[in-house]
Structure formats: structure tokens, C-alpha cells
Design a protein. Structure first.
Length: 295
């Protein structure tokens, strides 16, 4: 082949070489263009998908954020009051007298605030579950960690092990699958009902809420009370969350935080369990200060 080529006229050799070179360049150009176009399209589609998912997640978070903050603020206010007045037993009403007396605003409103908090926690989680959070912005992932933590604080039986809790009896924690049913008690036509509507609803049928009502009415006020310990841990979470995400009027100043942490320091008996719970929730950095202050 080489000999044949060498015997050709020089001009013909040049033409052949030029043709082969042009063809080679053309083929290589076409090949790289196909590869580039495919890569570019895939890259573009990937970026567009990530952008749309992040945008959708932010929209879903924003849709419920104000309601979520307000529900936590409302229960947080009650916890400030409860922390100072638990010994007055405003919450303690025996089952025989449920909704038969006129002095039940305190317990009714306590349950109502708790259920509203549950509703907006679960709704936030539900509305964001279809979004690919593996590619979400760090701040949105952190926000969703808080949402999950607020749901788990009342369902994690391990939190109470320091008080020798028998989690097989389900006396002082809720099952996660039951939370949805409880939260529906404050919802009608896809909207949260007002407190007066909730009270009216309770008067006719409170049995499905018996577990929730007992959770609050059976609190003894002693430092070993399991439900009270969990509520105090919730209170610390709520304060920190509102300070990180809330409006100015929802934040707690350092002086007031010191007052509550000084109070809880000698009262919370599940400090190790709470610290482990926070670690499991991946909120160690966010809750570092409050945990340190109650030790």
C-alpha cells in the first residue's frame, strides 16, 4: 500500500492526504459534537431539575412556614406559663369531669395548641415529602430536620430511658401513625378551626382524643413526671427554633433564656436522653448552648 502510494503523482498524493485529513477532521468534529451535545443536554436537564426541585421545596416550606411558626409560638407561650404554674394544677381534671365543668379553658386550650402544632408539623412534612431533598440547599435541609425533630420529640420512647420507662406500654409517648388522626381534630374543610369550634366539637365526642387529653391532665408536676420532662425538652427546642427562624416578636432574649434554663437545669431528669435525641436529630450545633446550660 505504501509502495503504491509512493508511485502516485505528487499532486495526487497531496489530494489524497488532504481528503483523508478533511474527512478525519470532519468525523472527529462530528463525534465530539455529538458527545458534547449529549453531555450538554444531560447537564442542562440535571441543572434544570435541581433548580426546579429547590424552587419547589422553598415554595412548599414558605407555604406553611408562617402557620408552623405561629403554632410553635402558641404552644411555646403556654409552656412559659405552665413552667411557672404547673403546681397550681389548672391542667388536672379527672376523666369523670372532662368537659362537665366551666373551668376547663386551660386544659382545652393546651390540647388545642398541641394539636395545631401537630397539624402544621405533619402538613409541612407531607407537603415537602415529594420533593428530592437530597439536592436541597443546606438551609432548607436544616429546616426540615427541625420539622422532623418536632414530630419525633413526642414519639421517641428512648428519650425517657433515664426514668426507667417501659416503652412497650405506650403510656408516655405517642405512636407516629396516630399523630395524623389526632391532628385532624383541629381541621375542617382543609382549614384549621378556631378554638371555640374545637371546644364545641369536644363536647360531643372526646373519646378519640382520650390519649392526648390524658397526656396533659395526668401530669403530676414532679420532676420525675415523664410527660413533663418531654414538654420541658420541647420548650427548649421551641425557643431555639423561634430564635433561629421566627419573627422578632417570637424570639426570646438572653435574659429570659437564662431564667428558663436555670429553672430546667434542676428539673429535667432526662438530660442524657435529650442530648442523644438531639444528636440523632442532627441538631447538635443548633442545640449546643441550651443543652450546655441545663447540664
Amino acid at each position: 500500500m505504501t509502495e503504491w502510494f509512493n508511485n502516485l503523482d505528487v499532486k495526487l498524493q497531496v489530494i489524497i492526504i488532504s481528503s483523508i485529513t478533511s474527512l478525519t477532521v470532519f468525523m472527529l468534529g462530528w463525534f465530539f459534537k455529538v458527545v458534547y451535545d449529549r453531555f450538554s443536554l444531560t447537564h442542562k436537564m440535571k441543572k434544570e431539575f435541581e433548580f426546579e426541585q429547590r424552587k419547589k421545596l422553598k415554595e412548599e416550606i414558605a407555604k406553611n412556614k408562617t402557620h408552623f411558626l405561629n403554632s410553635i409560638e402558641s404552644l411555646n407561650h403556654r409552656m412559659w406559663n405552665f413552667s411557672q404554674n404547673v403546681d397550681k394544677n389548672w391542667h388536672k381534671i379527672s376523666k369523670e369531669k372532662w368537659f362537665e365543668t366551666d373551668d376547663q379553658y386551660y386544659i382545652n386550650s393546651f390540647v388545642y395548641r398541641f394539636l395545631c402544632f401537630l397539624h402544621w408539623t405533619l402538613k409541612t412534612e407531607k407537603d415537602t415529602i415529594s420533593v428530592d431533598t437530597t439536592i436541597a440547599d443546606k438551609e432548607d435541609v436544616l429546616y426540615l430536620k427541625w420539622v422532623k425533630t418536632f414530630k419525633d420529640i413526642f414519639t421517641d420512647a428512648d428519650l425517657l430511658q433515664e426514668l426507667n420507662y417501659d416503652n412497650t406500654k405506650n403510656t408516655n409517648h405517642f405512636y407516629k401513625n396516630d399523630l395524623i388522626g389526632y391532628s385532624k381534630w383541629v381541621v375542617f374543610n382543609h382549614a384549621v378551626i378556631d378554638f371555640d369550634e374545637f371546644e364545641t366539637k369536644l363536647q360531643y365526642n372526646y373519646e378519640p382524643l382520650e390519649k392526648v387529653i390524658e397526656y396533659f391532665t395526668q401530669i403530676e408536676g414532679t420532676n420525675d413526671d415523664k410527660n413533663l420532662n418531654v414538654l420541658r425538652c420541647y420548650h427548649l427546642l421551641a425557643i431555639q427554633f423561634l430564635n433561629d427562624y421566627g419573627h422578632d416578636y417570637q424570639k426570646t432574649d438572653d435574659k429570659k433564656i437564662k431564667r428558663i434554663t436555670d429553672l430546667y437545669k434542676g428539673k429535667i431528669k432526662i438530660k442524657t436522653g435529650f442530648e442523644e435525641f438531639v444528636k440523632k436529630s442532627k441538631l447538635e450545633d443548633e442545640m449546643k448552648k441550651p443543652i450546655r446550660k441545663i447540664k
